[in-house]
Structure formats: structure tokens, C-alpha cells
Ligand binder design. Structure first.
Ligand SMILES: *Cc1c(COP(=O)(O)O)cnc(C)c1O
Length: 311
């Protein structure tokens, strides 16, 4: 597969950013969101070696799972189109017509979508579910939810080598924590990695990271942690303060963050930085993991929050 003609890693600029008030650390954003219009951010790194594996093993079709606004589903649909795979998306919940912007886009990219009830969706890790998929779709390569598996760590481990300067901390928003696990493996004990859980009750992510790294390279590292304090109530939950922070950050830096992942991470970096968490004069790398397609699905909610219609 010729990745270079599709994914342009050289577009991932590293840019210093500023905040409304000065904080005693330097923060740089690594713009992984710019490497491809759709297969952007962390999702490319997670998919890369899964695509290689699928090609090498002669799979023609990729099947994956996600919510109706999933960045992962969107990126996989685009990868299928770019690299010549059929794609099937198993979407959690009932069909809603008209299709939301994400599902409309993936359908246009050629992905076939099927809806899975919330109760069946919870069984997606079980062998029966895999049997059901194989019975229904034949020989297909199954990419797990969020794209996180051991091959995803191999791709994620390449991220630190793309940072062309010295730094102290590297940060990522965490959903499954596959990305930060890959980054930690890539650091191989050097510097520090800090993940920000975008989920309420994200303590289990610590075990995810340990188990994924152990399965990937058999090692255990101590130079990382997952911060659990900036989820804003849970996955895709937002408030006025977060929205205004994202707007101010855009005005100051001309970099768009999303309210589900990178906005929460950046808010966390800003607050921890201000409170002295990182220490003085440290350099922080914040990964821009993409996710901007998901903003469209949040616009109504953001307007309502700003208009004080909902809390
Ligand atoms: C999927 C996603 C994440 C979370 O990545 P994990 O590897 O699941 O932790 C972070 N940021 C954005 C923008 C994403 O789309």
C-alpha cells in the first residue's frame, strides 16, 4: 500500500500556542489533524498496521463498530475508500433518518451501515458476536471499537518520533487510551506521557494502558498517568466554560479544538499548567488528534448550552 500518496505526515506542524493568561509552561500543539482531510489525527496511526495486516492476509472487507458520530467510523470509511477495502460499520442504536452528518459522510464514502441494538452492542467483545459477523459477512477483518488493538499501538508508537524538538510531557485525549498507550510504548521510558480521560469514571483506562502495552512489547512503564478530572460530566458532555475556552483558544491560536476530545485535553493542560502541576519552564506537547468532523454533530448542543437552555 502506498501510504505516502494519501497521508502527508509533513503537514503535521508543531506550533506553540497561547492561553488567555500566561501560564508557566510552554505548550506546543502537534497538528496530527492535518495529515489527511478525513483520516486525521490519531485514527490514522491506529489504523495503519491494521490495514497492512488486512492487505497482507487478503481481507477485502473491514468491519468495525461505533456510535453514530464516531470519528473512528468516519476515518475507517475513508481509509477503505483510499486503500481499496469494502467497509461495513456496525452502528450502536436505532436508525435515525435523515442520516446525521457523520453517517451521511461514511455512506458517501461507500461504507455499508447496519444498526445494532444497544443490548447487542454490549456483546460485541464476545465470541458469539464475532461468529454472527462472520456468518453474515463472510471473511472480514474486524477492527475493534475506536480502532484500539495491539496493532494500533505499533502505529501510535511512531508518534513521539515525529516531534522534532525536545520536550518534557506529551499529552493526548483518551477514549479507549489506545493512542496514549502507543505513545508510551514509543517513548520507551523516556519523558512523560499524560492522558486525559474524556469519560466519567475513566480509572479503568489505567488497566487498558497496562494490558495493551504488555501485549504489545511485554514491558511495564512508570513514566505516564491518566488524568481523570477533565471529563466535564462524561463522554460528549459539555458546559459553557468548555465552549468558551475552545472559542478563546481558537481566537488566540486559530486552531479549532473539538468539545469531545481535544478541547477537554487542552482545558486540562491549561489548568494543570496554571496550578503548577508540570513544574516551571517545562515544555508540553499536546497532540491534536483530529475529531473535527464530530463538531458538526455537537453544534446544536453547544448553541443550547450557550443560550442557557440546558446545563
Ligand atoms: C478517538 C479519538 C481520541 C481517543 O483515542 P483513544 O486511542 O481511543 O484513546 C482522541 N481524540 C480524538 C479527536 C479522537 O477522535
Amino acid at each position: 500500500m502506498n501510504f505516502e500518496s494519501v497521508i502527508d505526515i509533513s503537514k503535521a506542524e508543531l506550533i506553540q500556542v497561547t492561553f488567555p493568561d500566561e501560564i508557566p509552561v510552554k505548550v506546543f500543539v502537534k497538528r496530527l489533524d492535518l495529515i489527511h482531510p478525513i483520516i486525521s489525527g490519531n485514527k490514522w496511526f491506529k489504523q495503519k498496521y491494521n490495514l497492512v495486516y488486512a492487505k497482507e492476509n487478503d481481507y477485502k472487507t473491514l468491519v468495525t463498530f461505533g456510535g453514530a458520530y464516531s470519528n473512528h467510523i468516519h476515518a475507517l470509511a475513508a481509509s477503505g475508500k483510499e486503500f481499496g477495502f469494502e467497509t461495513i460499520g456496525l452502528i450502536r442504536g436505532e436508525e435515525h433518518l435523515p442520516l446525521n452528518p457523520t453517517l451521511k459522510a461514511v455512506t458517501e464514502l461507500g461504507m455499508k451501515i447496519f444498526y445494532v441494538s444497544r443490548s447487542d452492542y454490549r456483546k460485541k467483545h464476545l465470541p458469539e458476536f464475532e461468529e454472527w459477523i462472520n456468518k453474515k459477512f463472510g471473511k472480514v477483518y474486524i477492527v475493534p471499537e475506536g480502532g484500539t488493538n495491539v496493532l494500533a499501538l505499533k502505529g501510535g508508537s511512531e508518534i513521539p518520533s515525529l516531534i522534532e524538538m525536545d520536550y518534557d510531557f506529551i499529552c493526548s485525549a483518551c477514549g479507549t487510551a489506545g493512542t496514549i498507550a502507543g505513545v508510551i510504548a514509543g517513548l520507551d521510558g523516556n519523558k512523560k506521557a499524560l492522558g486525559f480521560s474524556v469519560l466519567r469514571g475513566g480509572a479503568f483506562l489505567n488497566n487498558n494502558v497496562k494490558n495493551l502495552i504488555s501485549a504489545y512489547n511485554g514491558k511495564a512503564y512508570t513514566n505516564w498517568s491518566i488524568n481523570l478530572d477533565y471529563h466535564f460530566g462524561g463522554y460528549a458532555k459539555i458546559n459553557r466554560e468548555l465552549i468558551l475556552f475552545i472559542q478563546n483558544f481558537y481566537d488566540a491560536n486559530m486552531i479549532q479544538l473539538d468539545p469531545i476530545y481535544t478541547g477537554k485535553m487542552m482545558y486540562g493542560i491549561y489548568h494543570l499548567g496554571r496550578n503548577g502541576y508540570f513544574g516551571k519552564d517545562k515544555t508540553i506537547i499536546a497532540l491534536h488528534t483530529g475529531g473535527l468532523q464530530g463538531v458538526e454533530g455537537m453544534i446544536e448542543k453547544m448553541k443550547n448550552v450557550l443560550a442557557n437552555k440546558v446545563r
